[in-house]
Design a protein around this ligand. Structure first.
Ligand SMILES: *[C@@H]1O[C@H](CO)[C@@H](O)[C@H](O)[C@H]1NC(C)=O
Ligand SMILES: *[C@@H]1O[C@H](CO)[C@@H](O)[C@H](O)[C@H]1NC(C)=O
Ligand SMILES: *[C@@H]1O[C@H](CO)[C@@H](O)[C@H](O)[C@H]1NC(C)=O
Ligand SMILES: *[C@@H]1O[C@H](CO)[C@@H](O)[C@H](O)[C@H]1NC(C)=O
Ligand SMILES: *[C@@H]1O[C@H](CO)[C@@H](O)[C@H](O)[C@H]1NC(C)=O
Ligand SMILES: *[C@@H]1O[C@H](CO)[C@@H](O)[C@H](O)[C@H]1NC(C)=O
Ligand SMILES: *[C@@H]1O[C@H](CO)[C@@H](O)[C@H](O)[C@H]1NC(C)=O
Ligand SMILES: [Zn+2]
Length: 656
């Protein structure tokens, strides 16, 4: 099979990898890719040569004090105003034929994810067509190295084994690619075309090859739904093309949900568009935009370790949003990166889940209704310097809001109301679900209330039957989880333990609400206090700053109701659970394709994760790299390229 023989990632099939749910392997995958950028000869500029000297080798995250030097790296871009990013999906012709069910699931979800991303991000549009580059080290056997010759850095002799360019094993069609030529003489401009120039892809800012296949990577770890990497960048290091492999088994999974799949695709898209530790050093500050163009400065090194040993991402918008979110004026409040999936460089392309739980860019994607496209993630996208982000579409993160700069550290998590202790029952912090106090592989021993496996959604009327008898629970779209030990007075059994219970609620103001239990009236529930209910013994605790505070928080069912209201009278196909992130989405292709019915049984429960130590990953990585290196057959017999300071090629190309 072509796919397997091209790339060594198949070696990742290591039998001792434990199974996990929803694991993102982006960093491993991206590391195996040699990103192709425009040939230096063609686009040589002061900008490019300066970038070489900044050297991306090991950004030394462990320096005790981070430095953010502003180097005067200026370049001027075209004057066009930013427009929503046009992400073109290309399904390669060698893709396997999908079943009807698989196709019905795949494209609507990918389209919805792409629509969501392009409603968030704008770019200066690529003029004309997007044309990708060929890797000179692949098509060329010998490169002219004498800098005083005319054909410096051009190809002197063709590699007769050259076949095609590929991205994560997906063959890039010739029509998407630049031509390439051989210059037999160092001084003579005469050349022989090896491949003619393609037509490019019109009206495209980013080209995403989407390949659905049960790759060995998919089979090796059952928690992987999809993975991706970017393969091509422009002369500024900005990703312009990448591939996403959809694990085919994802599409026929019994517990498949449209929302979860859409979020997975968005998550991987954010990685591919620049949320990648390999690109941190290339993020630019383009805040001084003017009408004459955009002046960009390098942020310098954006990652560093704070005094607590936490690796953080420090870039201006990220710091600002972190300060806003945690209500802190701490000047060096970068956004923390996950320590549990950090590579040998100490970096991860995910947020630390203790601090940014629920973010779309946390390492673990849980129940779809609990995932937020949060302002800090959008800030990171803004700070890449390539995108203009619509912050008004950010979803409030809720987790940790206003808790101060120490929030989420291992030493303080026991004292925060967002975390829990012991193994009690309570409420998930968004109060849609009853929860159990649990930890996971990313929480470093801290514990949080995770939705119970069984019927824990307060907003689902069907759960009424499994509710706790005698505590007056009511399930329904306006019900939320409240911690209480309410028991009916006429019940002779001993009083109930304090746990999460579902009761109805209605808002009477910001952070002001009333609640209703079985057979009671609407009762004021003052935030931060507890109340009694006549006919019952025990108390209900009224959470502070969680309920009736965030207008963009709603359980799936009430979102559906709102959609139905909006769509009343129009002839949109009815569906049980269209989950729009935002009802006023400006993207036309986004609205009507998102209806996939999800049965109640399929809603994902709190995933219990087996623990993968960073060490096993690391040693696996070393092992893979070794295997790759020994198996690698160099395509270019010429001397090592000296002009490419990026990561060493770990892609294993075999002679065909
Ligand atoms: C590089 O090319 C110039 C001009 O052709 C020539 O004079 C010089 O000797 C060459 N240098 C080397 C190291 O080959
Ligand atoms: C940003 O998003 C909001 C809400 O979707 C929309 O009303 C607004 O027009 C968008 N702004 C830009 C500049 O695209
Ligand atoms: C932020 O903190 C200040 C002082 O610590 C406090 O007065 C203010 O109420 C807080 N704001 C929010 C929104 O929590
Ligand atoms: C938090 O408290 C629990 C029990 O109260 C304890 O077992 C656990 O070790 C503490 N965790 C941390 C991170 O201090
Ligand atoms: C879920 O509930 C069913 C019936 O109430 C019970 O048999 C099962 O053990 C529960 N599962 C879990 C994980 O709690
Ligand atoms: C009393 O509570 C128990 C469980 O807590 C429940 O099974 C029973 O139905 C209740 N009895 C009445 C009269 O509510
Ligand atoms: C309910 O819980 C509160 C707080 O833990 C406790 O003071 C009260 O005695 C409990 N009431 C009953 C009836 O169990
Ligand atoms: Zn990821």
């Amino acid at each position: 099979m072509l796919f397997k023989s091209r790339i060594c990632i198949g070696i990742l099939l290591l039998p001792w990898f434990p199974c996990t749910w929803e694991k993102c392997i982006f960093d491993q995958v991206q590391r195996s890719i040699k990103v192709v950028s425009p040939p230096t000869g063609q686009y040589a500029s002061a900008h490019w040569s300066m970038r070489e000297t900044t050297s991306e080798e090991n950004p030394a995250p462990h320096s005790s004090k981070h430095q953010r030097p502003k180097r005067a790296e200026i370049h001027v871009e075209s004057m066009t105003a930013p427009q929503p990013i046009r992400i073109k999906i290309w399904v390669p012709s060698e893709s396997p034929a999908l079943t009807e069910l698989e196709s019905e699931r795949l494209m609507p979800a990918v389209d919805e994810a792409v629509g969501e991303v392009s409603s968030l991000l704008s770019v200066r549009p690529v003029q004309h067509s997007l044309l990708l580059n060929r890797d000179i080290n692949k098509y060329c056997k010998f490169i002219w190295r004498n800098s005083s010759t005319v054909n410096h850095m051009k190809c002197g002799r063709a590699n007769e084994n050259y076949r095609f360019e590929s991205c994560l094993g997906v063959i890039i069609p010739d029509e998407h690619l630049n031509g390439c030529a051989v210059y037999p003489h160092p001084e003579h401009p005469v050349r022989t075309m090896l491949r003619s120039e393609g037509t490019g892809v019109p009206e495209t800012d980013f080209l995403l090859y989407v390949f659905t296949h049960s790759t060995e990577k998919c089979q090796a770890e059952s928690g992987i739904l999809a993975y991706a990497a970017h393969c091509q960048s422009d002369s500024e290091g900005h990703p312009v093309a990448g591939a996403m492999i959809i694990c085919r088994e994802t599409l026929s999974m019994e517990r498949y949900t449209h929302e979860h799949f859409v979020q997975t695709v968005i998550h991987e898209l954010f990685h591919v568009l620049g949320f990648s530790k390999d690109l941190f050093s290339q993020w630019k500050d383009c805040s001084l935009s003017s009408q004459a163009g955009v002046y960009c400065w390098s942020h310098g090194q954006v990652t560093s370790t704070d005094e607590m040993g936490q690796v953080r991402l420090y870039s201006p918008t990220v710091i600002r949003e972190m300060q806003k979110h945690l209500n802190s004026t701490h000047p060096d409040l970068g956004a923390p990166l996950e320590n549990k999936d950090a590579g040998s460089d100490g970096l991860s392309s995910h947020w630390e889940t203790r601090v940014l739980q629920g973010s779309i860019m946390a390492a673990l994607l849980v129940e779809p209704s609990l995932i937020r496209i949060d302002p800090i993630t959008l800030a990171a996208l803004q700070d890449m310097g390539w995108y203009s982000v619509n912050f008004s579409r950010a979803q409030s993160l809720v987790w940790g809001e206003g808790e101060g700069h120490r929030f989420g550290s291992v030493s303080t998590c026991n004292s925060s109301a967002f975390f829990c202790k012991d193994s009690g029952l309570g409420c998930h912090y968004l109060h849609f679900h009853k929860g159990k106090c649990l930890t996971d592989q990313y929480l470093d021993g801290c514990q949080i209330f995770k939705p119970l496996g069984n019927a824990s959604e307060c907003w689902k009327e069907e759960n009424q039957g499994s509710g706790m008898k005698g505590s007056g629970e009511i399930y329904g779209s306006d019900s939320r989880c409240f911690i209480s030990n309410l028991t009916r007075l006429n019940n002779v059994t001993s009083s109930a333990a304090v746990a999460g219970h579902c009761y109805r609620h209605r808002c009477t103001g910001i952070n002001k609400y009333q609640i209703r239990v079985m057979d009671s009236d609407w009762l004021d529930c003052p935030a931060g206090k507890s109340i009694e209910v006549s006919g019952y013994q025990g108390l209900i605790f009224c959470p502070d700053n969680r309920i009736c505070k965030y207008s963009d928080l709603a359980p799936p069912t009430s979102r559906q109701k709102a959609d139905d209201l909006i769509n009343a009278g129009t002839s949109i196909e009815s569906s049980d659970d269209v989950m729009e992130k935002d009802m006023s989405t400006p993207h036309p292709s986004f609205m009507h394709r998102s209806s996939v019915t999800v049965s109640e049984a399929e809603v994902i429960v709190a995933a219990v994760l087996s623990i993968i130590s960073a060490f096993s990953l690391l040693s696996a990585g070393v092992l893979i790299y070794r295997k790759c290196s020994s198996a690698r057959v160099r395509v270019h017999a010429a001397s090592e390229p000296s002009f490419r300071p990026q990561t060493p090629p770990t892609q294993c190309i075999r002679r065909n």
